[in-house]
Design a protein around this ligand. Sequence first.
Ligand SMILES: O=C(CO)[C@H](O)[C@H](O)COP(=O)(O)O
Length: 281
Amino acid sequence: MTETIEAAKKAAAIQAVAEHFDPSATHVGIGSGTTIVYVVEAIKDRSTNPQIRFVPTGYQSRQVIIQAGLTPIAFDSLPDNVMLDVAFDGADEVDEELNCIKGGGACLFQEKLVAERARKFVCVADYRKNQSRLLTNWPTIPIEVAPISVPNVLKSLQTIGSTNPKLRTTLLEKSGPLKTDQDFFIIDAPFPALLTSADVAAGKGKGDGTDGKWEVNRLSQVIKEITGVLEVGIFSGLNGVDAEALRVKEGSLRTVTGGQKPVAVYFGMQDGSVQVRKANE
Ligand SMILES: O=C(CO)[C@H](O)[C@H](O)COP(=O)(O)O
């Protein structure tokens, strides 16, 4: 089982890198988790530009870059006019519209910053993450919160329909809440499976939570508005390519339009094949 999963992650990583990593790229975002390790290995095999710099999404991600003999650069030292050519990351669950749940490994805030800064954001995952709706197999939405706000946020989440949101603790329960790279906490909030925007358009629900059902984007916005929430582990909205097109059209700031959704997700399957889900297909 573990061997099949690891082989699936590796196969997906190799194909994603072959199709989206240009060896002449100058700046590349690197996400967090176990799958990203295979992505970095594949990049290392292909990279020909000694000047290339890798932007990590946290401590673990930075270590993966360094251990591969590649050069990290901090997100906040990127010059204003520099976009990442591409960013790769894992995901905990992905729906039909390429909305993702992330944060299973307690990284989500820096992952979102990096995804939004990339011209192309590409996700790599194994078959367990491939679902038609979010919260099918993955049980909760990870939410990064300021420690002092935990009771308020838990109460607000219950008000909007999360049955039993919980503060994430370390594996050793006695050592208390798990801390993120920002020294914040993570709350894991269960909700019923989320509607896609197509579900709402097709009249399968309003998606505003009134009947207990939330649409992905609506839920993400409502959680983000709770005081004390730094970031929500739902990556939705536009993908980087569409966000860039809108930014150019409107002359607006990139961060206004977002760009958190991947342009493509590579799923390593149980039989060794790779299934690719792309935007606008
Ligand atoms: O969001 C993340 C970390 O917070 C990871 O990208 C996500 O949890 C996937 O991890 P893995 O590749 O180990 O399955």
